[in-house]
Design a protein around this ligand. Structure first.
Ligand code: ATP
Length: 247
């Protein structure tokens, strides 16, 4: 049984449609990455899945009892606010110190429990966010650009940790990322979103895909070579125009 099934989902903000007719499914243990240009509706899709946005139409089925761990795109913690990692992790959930410590261990930052949030590096901060998402032993991790602001080694190491978490806990991962070069090798499946599901497939070593260039431009460098499209429909070269979501 799928953990998450999205059927013909459409999302609009004040009459402005940002996602149209999106369908996808997440199976147990899968790592699926959503890629797409800025503003293509990726975060909106995750927010709809966690129930923070009500879709205009379509359905989202969650497996009964499904536990979701969510790492949002941006979380600002006031640097003048004195709060330890432990207190931060225990703000929203009734969890024990031992649970916090095991989650930090699962996120490979076992020594941070008593540290101030304001003193963490960007990479450590994101690991704490990951630990917070792991604390209730989720069946699915939803990550919204969890490596934003990290340098390439930090980001690569974060994704390796995600794979380790999947290996150790069996949880599925649905994540958004712009870092194709890192993500493609760590994902079982990739979904390209551009207001709708443009294409999806397994990452594989294939030389430049014109469809992908049309969607993302030429600025992605070598990332392209790691990505294989399994298209089931044709694209105009000017893809973003031809698939523009209308108001
Ligand atoms: N709360 C909101 N109210 C109105 N419009 C919104 C709201 N949230 C998002 N949007 C708009 O919906 C569109 C999709 O936004 P979303 O954040 O889902 O895209 P994204 O693909 O995650 O973008 P990015 O890669 O830049 O994070 C954008 O045009 C955005 O301006």
């Amino acid at each position: 049984m799928n953990l998450i099934t999205v059927k013909n989902l459409s999302i609009a903000y004040g009459g402005n449609t940002v996602l149209r007719d999106v369908s996808l499914a997440l199976e147990p243990g899968e790592i699926v990455t959503i890629v797409g240009p800025n503003g293509s509706g990726k975060s909106s899709l995750l927010r709809a899945i966690i129930g923070a946005i009500k879709p205009v139409s379509g359905e989202i089925f969650l497996k009964p009892g499904l536990k979701i761990g969510y790492v949002p795109q941006r979380l600002h913690v006031d640097p003048t606010l004195p709060i330890t990692v432990e207190r931060f992790m225990r703000l929203t959930d009734r969890v024990s110190q031992a649970d916090c410590q095991s989650a930090l261990e699962a996120a490979a930052v076992p020594d941070l429990l008593k540290r101030q949030m304001s003193q963490l590096s960007g990479g450590q901060f994101q690991r704490v966010m990951l630990a917070r998402a792991l604390i209730n032993q989720p069946d699915v991790l939803l990550l919204d650009e969890a490596t934003q602001g990290l340098d390439q080694p930090g980001s690569a190491s974060f994704y390796q940790q995600i794979e380790a978490v999947r290996r150790d806990t069996g949880c599925a991962v649905l994540m958004i990322s712009h870092e194709l070069h890192v993500v493609m090798s760590a994902s079982d499946r990739v979904i390209c979103l551009n207001g709708h599901v443009c294409c999806e497939g397994v990452p594989a070593v294939v030389a430049s895909a014109p469809e992908y260039r049309a969607l993302f431009g030429t600025g992605t460098g070598g990332a392209l070579a790691l990505y294989r499209h399994d298209h089931n429909h044709d694209h105009d070269l000017d893809h973003s125009q031809s698939h523009k979501v209308e108001d």
